[in-house]
Design a protein around this ligand. Structure first.
Ligand SMILES: [Zn+2]
Length: 329
């Protein structure tokens, strides 16, 4: 898709990644070259104080780089949770409960005197990959973040999908096993209750507690639990139990991708989050199960790959989304 952007070369774009522990702030040129970045602690109890600190930190960041607040053309804020993106406020966010109902984007917009957009963190990361990362060559893509839960972003014909109540693209809550494991969302059998990094570790720990034979038992006995990373490490070293745990993870993600294909038919599904440290073996097994379960009556073209932007995806994605929301012509 041809993207025409109405900006001057001196225009600045700000990306803010509002997390439960830290806020990352980045300043970018119109071509999304990072000019400077900083990280400050999040005040979980005082939203206004946090956003005041963000604006102050941004001011210092700009002056250190010889840049001016007046040159900020737009800002984007990414944060976890279900959001009202039209009002720029959080509807529900487990890590930032006190921020509920606070119009973050309007508050920041008034402080910096430039338009500001608030967007879900997975959507922001997806937009970053779409504009500047692993999916920059396609118009239809899906991002799946494999971490504590499974987050998602769906971009179709160059647009993020939000849905009527802003809860579209919560792909980790697609049900894979009816009447399966209980999910935090109150449904049962959601993909993320089996295949997130946390759920993968949880399934391993449950079976290790029952005495499953595995090279992971030494760690489990010493520490009381094993991590998802350790499960993948032991699987790659030939431990059968660890391998079976990772196989169910790959099977559930493969099934999830089959459902995603039927829903939005993306050119690419991009994976991000801590679990992608498992590397090519993870992609290969997801592809295996996708190919096993996908319909065979049509020509299915899809590519699975890892995200490119990594730890700065939140600030890059939100700055790019701000630019493309307010300056794309
Ligand atoms: Zn769920």
């Amino acid at each position: 898709m041809q993207k025409n952007i109405n900006t001057d070369t001196k225009d600045l774009f700000v990306g803010i990644d509002l997390g439960g522990t830290f806020v990352k702030i980045g300043c970018f040129s119109e071509k999304m070259e990072m000019l400077s970045k900083i990280s400050i602690p999040t005040d979980n109890d005082r939203p206004k104080a946090t956003m005041n600190s963000v604006v102050n930190a941004l001011g210092s960041l700009l002056s250190q780089a010889g840049l001016r607040m007046e040159d900020i053309k737009a800002a984007g804020i990414g944060c976890p949770g279900v959001l009202d993106t039209k009002k720029g406020m959080i509807i529900t966010s487990p890590n930032l409960p006190v921020y509920k109902g606070f119009s973050i984007s309007r508050y920041v917009s008034e402080k910096i005197n430039a338009p500001c957009i608030l967007e879900n963190d997975a959507n922001v990361a997806g937009w970053g990959e779409y504009v500047l990362g692993a999916a920059e060559d396609v118009d239809d893509m899906v991002l799946l973040t494999l971490g504590t839960g499974i987050g998602g972003a769906v971009i179709t014909d160059g647009k993020l999908i939000h849905g009527a109540g802003n809860s579209a693209s919560e792909l980790g809550h697609i049900i894979i096993y009816p009447e399966g494991r209980e999910c935090g969302c109150t449904q049962r059998g959601c993909a993320e209750t089996y295949a997130s990094a946390s759920a993968t570790a949880k399934r391993a720990n449950e079976m290790l507690a029952e005495g499953a034979a595995s090279s992971l038992q030494d760690i489990f006995i010493e520490r009381g639990d094993v991590s998802c990373k350790e499960v993948y490490e032991h699987a790659s070293q030939g431990d059968r139990f660890a391998y079976e745990i990772t196989e169910l993870t790959a099977k559930v993600i493969g099934l999830l991708c089959v459902n995603i294909f039927s829903y939005s038919n993306p050119d690419k599904i991009v994976f991000s989050g801590g679990m992608i440290a498992a590397g090519q073996a993870l992609l290969d097994r997801i592809s295996f199960y996708f190919n096993k379960f996908i319909r065979k009556d049509i020509d299915v073209k899809i590519e699975f790959c890892f995200a490119n932007l990594r730890e700065d995806s939140g600030i890059i994605g939100s700055a790019a989304l701000a630019r493309d929301t307010f300056c794309l012509v």
